[in-house]
Ligand binder design. Structure first.
Ligand SMILES: Nc1ncnc2c1ncn2[C@@H]1O[C@H](COP(=O)(O)OP(=O)(O)O)[C@@H](O)[C@H]1O
Ligand SMILES: Cc1ncc(COP(=O)(O)O)c(N)n1
Length: 264
């Protein structure tokens, strides 16, 4: 059995965060574990409140996992504040964690800050250098490099700059562009454009969480990074195609569309 860990925030509505990550791991046949950084009261319409977990408790969750159930890959999502970021970085170093997929979550699709704006520098300094792959969307890439990212050539320029912060590789996600859903992967040598059809839906809550945890799941399964990203792209495209029109706002990705029961 392969094991994967998500270090992220809880989404009470089940569409993003820890809940999306664990569903993604299960759908890949992986044993999932979690370190919760923050609890959000959230649904498809928005975030009602956020309560951060203490940095000591974040570290203790990491200790509990790394001293008993060492994961094959780790995904990091919402990290909320600078003290939590520093504690996660300490845990990753103390336990010599290698296969880290960092989704630099900043603002929810409904517009709430999930990372305190003053903590962006700590994320850059502490977590990016410990990551195998960083997966910003257009806005997050822009915040990281201090310049708007609006086109495929901007995405390539951003990927290069983020590599300079110490990341080993970068995927800049083009979910918020128009036209095909085109992401750019850069490994320091080559650029890859990873493209799928754009699905016409408003139900994209949790797409970034699902994509990054699918990359971690495929790394845990033993695939190389390019193959893991390709498989994660196929997975997120299916999860958006079959996304759920539930709730009154932006509905979530769907993880179990393969199972069909029909009365015949
Ligand atoms: N409407 C869509 N159709 C197909 N793929 C999409 C769509 N929206 C986002 N994606 C893909 O989903 C993944 C997550 O991207 P994005 O939505 O930009 O992340 P985030 O949730 O961090 O904003 C990327 O691979 C992106 O290309
Ligand atoms: C706990 C948590 N983590 C991450 C996201 C980002 O997901 P999205 O941008 O799709 O709302 C979220 N809304 N909530």
């Amino acid at each position: 059995m392969k094991l994967a860990l998500t270090i992220a925030g809880s989404d009470s509505g089940g569409g993003a965060g820890i809940q999306a990550d664990l569903k993604t791991f299960s759908a890949h046949g992986i044993y999932g574990m979690s370190v919760i950084t923050s609890i959000t009261a959230q649904n498809t319409m928005g975030v009602l409140g956020i309560e951060d977990i203490s940095p000591d408790m974040v570290y203790l969750q990491m200790k509990a996992i790394f001293e008993d159930l060492y994961p094959d890959a780790v995904k990091i999502g919402m990290v909320s504040n600078e003290d939590i970021i520093k504690m996660i970085a300490k845990g990753l170093k103390d336990y010599n964690v290698k296969n880290v997929v960092l989704d630099p979550v900043m603002i929810s699709k409904s517009g709430s800050y999930l990372l305190k704006p003053q903590a962006v520098e700590a994320l850059k300094k502490e977590l990016i250098p410990l990551s195998l792959v960083v997966t910003p969307n257009l806005m997050e890439a822009g915040e990281l490099i201090g310049k708007e990212v609006k086109s495929v050539s901007d995405m390539k320029e951003a990927a290069k700059k983020i590599l300079d912060f110490g990341a080993k590789t970068v995927v800049v996600k083009g979910g918020h562009l128009t036209g095909d859903a085109l992401d750019v992967f850069y490994d320091g040598k080559e650029f890859y454009e990873i493209t799928s059809e754009r699905i016409d839906t408003k139900n994209t809550h949790g797409t970034g969480c699902t994509f990054s945890s699918a990359i971690a799941a495929n790394i845990a399964l033993g695939h190389d990074l390019v193959e893991s990203i390709k498989r994660a792209k196929a997975y997120i495209t299916g999860a958006i195609k079959h996304s759920l029109a539930i709730g009154h706002g932006v509905g979530p990705t769907n993880h179990f569309w393969n199972i069909e029961i029909r009365k015949v």
